[in-house]
Ligand binder design. Structure first.
Ligand SMILES: [Fe+2]
Length: 128
């Protein structure tokens, strides 16, 4: 069953699809792209100490700054962070990035409970 915020990826063209509403049916929802089933991405988390992918959330005046990760992630044409999300109890804020950008995003959001996700084009989906 597809849940709100699940992200699926096409194994052929790397297209990403994010579920905006939770599925209410009883089926095994399957999304397709390029004629193939899309793969559900699993959020990865890891020890932050040596990690380049786990987002680091910093409270700043008026909001949050999210950096990927404790050692800055590369942002080259071959290997980059395509997006960073800040997730609150009832909203998702997205910053799309491109090669050459800094692997960070600032969200002027007044919320107490937040988490962050990022997507690396080579290493997948990560959450903190
Ligand atoms: Fe990566």
């Amino acid at each position: 069953m597809a849940k709100q915020h699940d992200i699926y990826k096409c194994p052929e063209c790397d297209c990403l699809l994010e579920v905006k509403g939770g599925c209410t049916c009883d089926c095994d929802c399957e999304f397709s792209c390029c004629g193939n089933p899309m793969e559900k991405l699993v959020e990865q988390t890891a020890d932050k100490a040596k990690e380049k992918h786990v987002p680091v959330i910093e409270k700043i005046e008026g909001g949050y700054k999210v950096t990927v990760g404790t050692t800055l992630h590369p942002m080259t044409e071959e290997h980059w962070i395509t997006l960073i999300e800040l997730i609150t109890d009832d909203k998702v804020y997205t910053q799309y990035l491109k090669p050459g950008d800094a692997p960070e995003a600032t969200f002027m959001v007044d919320a107490e409970n937040v988490s962050a996700r990022e997507y690396c084009n080579l290493h997948g989906l990560w959450r903190a």
